[in-house]
Design a protein around this ligand. Structure first.
Ligand SMILES: [Zn+2]
Length: 153
């Protein structure tokens, strides 16, 4: 999936969680960072363009270990060892990225190192993804608008 789709989906997940949980606002930063981070294993992604991630890309393949539950747990645990809310945000962002990728035709090896792939029917960057992106974007705008309305009224 495209960077923008991951971002709007994670934002929607944040709003949903924020409705249920009493969490600090900055947790959103960790959610968005983790969502962007997962595609570090591909050179064409926003974050994967950075030269210092080249060695990682030589070692792994796209949608390999970085796109797995194992990496989710290890990295979130690492971040969470510094701050629990940060680890929680990182975990949420990471999982939301993996969840979206599970709906794509290319699929995800969620249980890496097992070869088993979870696949969907959506083509990355295709029309269905565009529709999902627009719907999520409108949903987010609606929620932000509602929040602003509640603050100023
Ligand atoms: Zn991905």
């Amino acid at each position: 999936m495209l960077f923008r789709t991951h971002i709007v989906f994670s934002l929607a997940v944040y709003f949903l969680l924020n409705y249920i949980l009493e969490m600090p606002f900055w947790v959103l930063g960790f959610i968005l960072f983790a969502t962007a981070f997962v595609d570090v294993d591909i050179k064409s992604s926003k974050i994967g363009k950075k030269w210092f991630f080249c060695p990682l890309q030589w070692l792994t393949r796209h949608r390999g270990v970085v796109h797995s539950l194992l990496a989710t747990i290890l990295l979130s645990g690492l971040v969470g060892s510094f701050n629990l809310w940060a680890g929680f945000g990182f975990f949420v962002g990471y999982v939301s990225h993996l969840l979206m990728d599970c709906f794509t035709k290319a699929g995800v090896r969620l249980f890496w190192p097992l070869k088993f792939k979870i696949k969907g029917f959506i083509k990355s960057g295709g029309v269905i993804e565009d529709v999902i992106f627009v719907l999520l974007l409108l949903g987010n705008i609606f929620i932000v608008g509602k929040m602003a309305f509640n603050i100023f009224s």
